[in-house]
Design a protein around this ligand. Structure first.
Ligand SMILES: [Ca+2]
Ligand SMILES: [Ca+2]
Ligand SMILES: [Ca+2]
Length: 493
């Protein structure tokens, strides 16, 4: 009955605290080599109201999950586990239920299926998942998956994580590693009830890598919503994630409901694009896209109404058509029709983006018959050496071009006759990013002002008249930068 470290844990827990503190404590615990503290006390039934419940077998884990109460932390000793349902367990914001590895990545879920059902304020932390069943978060809220390593075992189509059911909201998936997905199915799918998408979910600081090879559909890194619920508001935020070699689907991130935000992410050598496939009023801003010259790498593709695309940096992308750096696409229905259709673009706002050295840059209406209506393409910088920098494959209806800077080199041409200055923007490459160089004609020459444009791709304030493109010339602190593996996932700060 020697549990010398329990008091340490209890003190930390009572003092409150964050998962990070617990993780640190757990790591420190493990590093002492004091295995007695991680093994059960000899009592195979954990006390229902203990603050810390140590488990070291699947049976104990099952019992602990069945008895979990608010404020409790279930700590999994190093080893392999089968996991089951967590049904109707509710923590609180100040006293969540936490299920965590004693040592990061050393408690491995090798079997079973977790479904978090009708629960709230539950966190799963530090686990490695190699089992072969979908992790389901159903009709639950404030469920958090953090610092987990997902590398599921799959022999056929498999969704790895799905958020679903009625009354689902405010779930968070952060600081996880998702890797090596080679069968159909998404890393993360956000659904909902039959009429309403789960709301206010947050997907942030994850590392998604190596999904492929390319499939025609159903192999997105993330799908937010789906056609049948595409008229509901999702309010999902996908931010500060790194996508590397996410090649599985023409849509790296597929947005299929209203009012979602995709921002501050970095996409590296990933085939496909961020696709606003269904729904209206979404925003894609402050993202960095690097194609690295890889075949089929794209940027943002748009259908539907009232979307905003701004402050994005597109570089080295080779895709065209569906995979153009920016595709304001045609529609196959106008303002009514089957929910699964490609809805005509109305009032898209694509401003203050920077495009450099892409095979295709801004395309209008590459696919389907109904060209975009009442849209604005303004204050962008486009530098390229091939094709039309602004490429109208269909004649848009009442399109406004204004304040853009185009600088065609090689065989490139501007492609449009109004709303663009042909002038060298004097971009200077700093690290991976093209910013404005000294004397750039982009400085203080934006044509419009936009209420949503408070800062630039660096997170630096726009000052005076905004500068054209994604960059504002500034000596302010850089808040957002291209993300690398050290910035995201399990080991990020
Ligand atoms: Ca798709
Ligand atoms: Ca300015
Ligand atoms: Ca800047």
């Amino acid at each position: 009955m020697n549990r010398p470290r329990l008091s340490t844990y209890a003190a930390i827990t009572v003092a409150a605290i964050t998962i990070a503190a617990l993780t640190t404590a757990a790591s420190a615990l493990a590093s002492t080599g004091d295995t007695s503290s991680r093994t059960p006390s000899g009592n195979s039934t954990p006390q229902a109201n203990a603050t810390i419940v140590n488990v070291s077998s699947s049976t104990q884990l099952t019992t602990a999950m069945a008895n979990a109460v608010a404020g409790q932390t279930i700590v999994l000793a190093n080893g392999s586990y089968s996991i089951g349902k967590l049904n109707a367990k509710n923590g609180t914001s100040s006293a969540p239920i936490t299920i965590m590895a004693a040592q990061q990545g050393k408690a491995i879920i090798t079997g079973g299926q977790l479904e978090v059902l009708s629960s709230s304020y539950v966190t799963f932390s530090g686990l490695k998942w190699t089992n072969s069943n979908t992790l389901k978060i159903t009709s639950s809220h404030h469920i958090r998956l953090t610092r987990n390593h997902f590398r599921l075992t799959e022999s056929s189509s498999l969704k790895w994580i799905i958020i679903q059911g009625a009354n689902s909201h405010h779930n968070r998936i952060d600081h996880n590693l998702f890797e090596e997905k080679h069968q159909l199915g998404n890393f993360i799918t956000i659904d909902g009830s039959s009429t309403q998408q789960s709301q206010y979910d947050l997907i942030d600081y994850n590392h998604f890598r190596n999904i492929g090879p390319r499939a025609t559909n159903e192999m997105e890194a993330i799908r937010v919503g789906w056609s049948a619920i595409s008229k509901s508001d999702g309010f999902t935020t996908v931010e500060n994630n790194l996508f590397e070699n996410c090649d599985g689907d023409p849509e790296i991130v597929s947005v299929k409901s209203n009012a979602n935000t995709v921002r501050y992410n970095t996409f590296r050598t990933s085939q496909g694009s961020v696709s606003l496939r269904h729904g209206n009023r979404s925003q894609v801003h402050g993202n960095f896209f690097f194609g690295g010259g890889k075949t089929g790498t794209g940027g943002v593709r748009v259908y539907g109404q009232d979307h905003k695309i701004y402050n994005n940096h597109f570089e080295g992308l080779t895709g065209t058509g569906y995979d153009a750096a920016l595709q304001l696409d045609g529609g196959d229905v106008d303002t009514s029709g089957a929910l699964s259709s490609h809805w005509r673009v109305y009032r898209a706002t694509a401003v203050h983006n920077t495009f450099v050295n892409n095979v295709s840059n801004i395309e209008i209406g590459a696919n389907y018959s109904l060209a975009p209506v009442d849209s604005l393409v303004a204050d962008n910088i486009v530098v390229g050496s091939s094709g039309k920098l602004f490429n109208e494959l269909k004649m848009p209806k009442n399109m406004t071009y204004a304040g853009n800077i185009g600088w065609p080199t090689g065989s490139a041409t501007i492609g449009i006759t109004t709303g663009v200055r042909t002038v060298n923007p004097l971009l200077a490459k700093q690290g991976e990013v093209y910013r404005l160089g000294t004397g750039s004609p982009a400085v203080n020459t934006a044509s419009g002002s936009y209420s949503f444009l408070a800062d630039d791709m660096d997170g630096q304030s726009r000052s005076g008249t905004a500068d054209v493109g994604a960059d504002e010339l500034s000596t302010g602190t850089v808040v957002h930068k291209p993300l690398n593996s050290a910035d995201v996932g399990i080991s990020a700060p």
